[in-house]
Write a new protein. Structure first.
Length: 444
């Protein structure tokens, strides 16, 4: 910040024009980002996919807008020799410092969230956390400036001056950005492409701003900050488009795998054999089973083509039809229990039935006795709905889930569709020889 002496300066005039135009572009980008966020929320294809950095970039643009606005007003007050300039400028200068501190905290938060915590860099995570605390302490020092004038003040000639705390404030800001930059560079190979592009844009802008400051004036620094904001917006929009395309491709891929997973020749063959067996033994059972078999096939084919969530009750009805067909083969060897205490919500189509089938096929059928029980229960929590599928079958080593590849259609497909369609999760608890608990969580 320059010293506002109430005199006309061409550099100040240029800085005002640059910041005014910068704020015009910032407003356009803020409204564009917000409109895009609303559009994504209503878009069936990507409404449940969070585009990284959206909220952070919106926050950055908003803070930068007010930062520029305050600077312009203070500069104009000094250039136009407005009456009561000092009284008007004092609270604005205070807000200018607060805005700068919030920008620093936002930068540290972004680096901590998207770099150090994501890649479990404990050293830099702790360092950045400590630096946020120090910045908050410096904010308290800024509030005390009203009485102490340790950071800035106006002398008897109404000239803006720096106190000793100003150099502590600026020095800390430089250190904070330096530590954040070091954390990024340490993990640079692992960070996503968008953050790499943003980092490159910021480096070029900072270097250009420093050169301009040395050769021309510090007032030109904001020009490069505004240019950086514009370039970040371009990079973000490119990334948003890439995310949308990738999500559509993933959805189509998941749909194809779902279709392949629902074509189970062994299950169809065994079900038909069981129905044929009961035609002579118990025609009524055979008739009911044939109706269930027809309903199972029709529902499977219809659900595969769905691109939206369905009521929990509809998914459960399909699951019960499947279990009725399995009981044809297992008879009294398969016990099924239901404890449904929460059902007023939607789930992705074919998300529960495949997990129940997984429990029967891999849990109970492979047990030594070939018999067992499956329990399906639901509960409502504060933030999500819980669906649990429990079996007392053979169990398995859950560490194998971490190495699942795309050829493991069933479980991986359900996991992917839960994440894409509703940000749901699928987890397993299992002990070999004791059984498995599959837990699905659907956020409210």
């Amino acid at each position: 910040m320059g010293e506002y002496t109430g005199t006309f300066d061409i550099d100040d005039l240029i800085s005002v024009v640059v910041n005014v135009w910068g704020n015009v572009f910032l407003l356009v980008m803020i409204f564009s980002l917000y409109a895009g966020k609303i559009k994504d929320r209503n878009n069936k294809s990507i409404r449940n996919i969070s585009i990284p950095y959206t909220n952070e970039i919106l926050c950055f643009y908003s803070l930068l807008f007010f930062y520029n606005l305050i600077y312009v007003i203070i500069t104009l007050l000094g250039m136009l020799k407005v009456r009561y300039e000092r009284e008007l400028s004092h609270p604005l200068v205070f807000l200018y410092y607060v805005d700068g501190a919030l920008l620093t905290i936002l930068f540290l938060y972004v680096v901590k969230k998207y770099v150090t915590k994501r890649f479990e860099d404990k050293y830099f995570t702790n360092v950045l956390y400590a630096m946020v605390i120090v910045q908050q302490i410096l904010l308290l020092l800024l509030f005390s400036n009203i009485f102490t004038k340790v950071i800035y003040y106006y002398d008897d000639d109404l000239v803006y001056r720096h106190g000793w705390g100003y150099f502590l404030w600026q020095g800390y800001s430089i250190l904070a950005y330096l530590m954040g930059a070091l954390a990024i560079f340490k993990n640079f190979k692992k960070v996503d492409n968008l953050l790499k592009r943003i980092t490159n844009v910021v480096i070029i802008s900072v270097v250009a701003g420093l050169v301009a400051g040395l050769l021309l004036s510090n007032n030109y620094n904001n020009l490069f900050i505004n240019i950086a904001a514009l370039l970040i917006y371009v990079q973000y929009e490119n990334h948003r488009t890439e995310c949308a395309i990738k999500n559509v491709v993933d959805m189509e891929d998941a749909q194809k795998k779902l279709m392949m997973d629902q074509i189970k020749p062994h299950f169809l063959y065994n079900s038909l054999n069981s129905i044929i067996y009961y035609i002579d033994k118990n025609p009524e059972v055979a008739k009911d089973s044939l109706v269930s078999f027809s309903k199972y096939l029709r529902t499977n084919l219809n659900m595969v083509s769905l691109d939206e969530m369905i009521p929990f009750s509809q998914e459960m009805e399909h699951t019960k039809v499947y279990l009725s067909l399995e009981k044809l083969r297992f008879e009294d060897k398969l016990t099924v229990d239901f404890d449904i205490k929460d059902e007023d919500y939607k789930v992705p189509a074919l998300s529960i039935q495949p997990m129940v089938e997984n429990a029967v096929k891999h849990g109970i059928r492979k047990s030594a006795s070939g018999r067992g029980s499956v329990k399906i229960s639901t509960r409502e929590k504060d933030d999500y709905h819980v669906i649990m599928i429990e079996d007392d079958g053979v169990g398995f080593n859950t560490e194998a889930l971490a190495t699942m590849d795309d050829t493991h259609i069933g479980v991986k497909n359900v996991m992917k569709r839960l994440e894409m369609e509703c940000k749901g999760t699928l987890e397993f608890e299992s002990s070999e020889g004791k059984g498995t608990i599959c837990t699905i969580r659907i956020p409210k």
